[in-house]
Design a protein around this ligand. Structure first.
Ligand code: HEM
Length: 141
């Protein structure tokens, strides 16, 4: 089922791109909010991008990866290590969602620092996943 792996790779490329774009989007919206003050609400783009692109891509990447593993029985130490790295990406994803909510509530304190920390977490996850899935250490089969 090469189409399943193709779907997996397409979804993960969009998810990785989204995790790299979200901090830039958050910092830009933070600046707009600060400049405009309370006269204007938060730009709708961060929530739209998060709900309509980043989260669906994450769900499709995880679902298609799980299907790949279940249908082909591709179990190995590499997959467990990989899932650990995927958890870092999921944590970063969740953190960006939390920061969008804070921005919408007008709480600016710590948004910049937390966005950069979440970006570093996402990068560690991405490089970890790619390292483990492409080198497949601890392969059992
Ligand atoms: C719960 C989440 C995930 C699961 C269960 C999962 C599982 C899998 C499985 C079983 C394969 C097939 C491996 C093979 O054919 O040898 C695969 C391929 C791949 N996965 Fe994932 N994956 C997940 C998330 C991700 C994420 C988030 C990324 C990237 C950031 C990623 C990157 C890749 C790549 C690049 C391949 C192709 C590797 C190859 O062809 O050898 N996966 N994944």
């Amino acid at each position: 089922m090469p189409w399943l792996k193709l779907l997996h790779i397409a979804a993960l490329v969009i998810w990785c791109g989204a995790l790299l774009y979200l901090p830039a989007l958050l910092l830009h919206s933070l600046q707009l909010r600060k400049d405009a003050g309370f006269a204007q609400g938060t730009p709708p783009m961060p929530r739209f991008f998060y709900n309509s692109i980043a989260t669906p891509a994450a769900l499709v990447a995880i679902a298609s990866g799980t299907l790949l593993f279940l249908l082909h029985g591709l179990l190995g130490g590499w997959l467990i290590l990989k899932l650990g790295a995927v958890l870092l990406m999921v944590a970063a994803h969740g953190c960006f969602g939390w920061l969008i909510l804070r921005l919408e509530m007008g709480i600016f304190k710590g948004v910049k620092a937390a966005s950069l920390c979440a970006l570093i977490l996402a990068l560690m996850g991405m490089f970890g996943v790619l390292g483990f899935v492409l080198s497949k250490p601890l392969e059992w089969s």
